[in-house]
Design a protein around this ligand. Structure first.
Ligand SMILES: [Zn+2]
Length: 167
């Protein structure tokens, strides 16, 4: 049973990366929050179908709502404001504990580039998943969220901030 579950997860990550790499070829196009959520939801649906056809149990939380945080793209408005040092510290700790998702490939900060700060532009290539069991939410956020918060004044939703501070 454990082997079966592992196989499902490996398939899940593999398919996800293939699709993401395809999306990215030919222009480093960044995915936005809604697209990331839809992408994850699509994969969960295909996982469910696969699990049902093969008689496997879905892992806990697969019915949770997917909420993407901090997938910013140049030209798209985003919430700005101060966040507390406590929040940032907490997020760093959770970053070290959460589930690391398959790499979305290398990303560079479009805002830095736009500001002519190419030399010191933010770069990242990984993302995390954190589960809010109380509210049945799976949060997905990119490593770049730290850069967006500290360099571009990005303010994540109150819902996300409260979740981070509770953990
Ligand atoms: Zn930047």
């Amino acid at each position: 049973m454990e082997t079966c579950l592992l196989q499902i997860l490996v398939t899940h990550i593999f398919v996800k990366n293939v699709i993401k790499n395809n999306i990215q070829t030919g222009g480093e196009r960044k995915m936005k929050n809604k697209e990331v959520e839809q992408d994850h939801q699509k994969h969960i649906e295909s996982l469910k179908k696969y699990a049902k056809e093969n008689g496997f149990e879905m892992p806990e939380g697969s019915e949770y709502k997917i909420v993407a945080v901090g997938y910013l793209a140049w030209g798209e408005p985003f919430e700005k404001g101060e966040v507390s040092i406590n929040f940032l510290n907490k997020l760093h700790i959770l970053w070290g504990e959460g589930i690391t998702l398959g790499s979305m490939g290398h990303h560079e900060c479009e805002f830095c580039i736009d500001e002519g700060n190419y030399e010191n532009r933010g770069k990242s290539s990984s993302e995390k998943e954190l589960t809010d069991r109380e509210n049945k939410i799976k949060y997905i956020f990119p490593e770049m969220i730290f850069h967006y918060i500290t360099k571009h004044n990005f303010k994540p939703s109150n819902e996300f901030v409260e979740f981070v501070m509770r953990n």
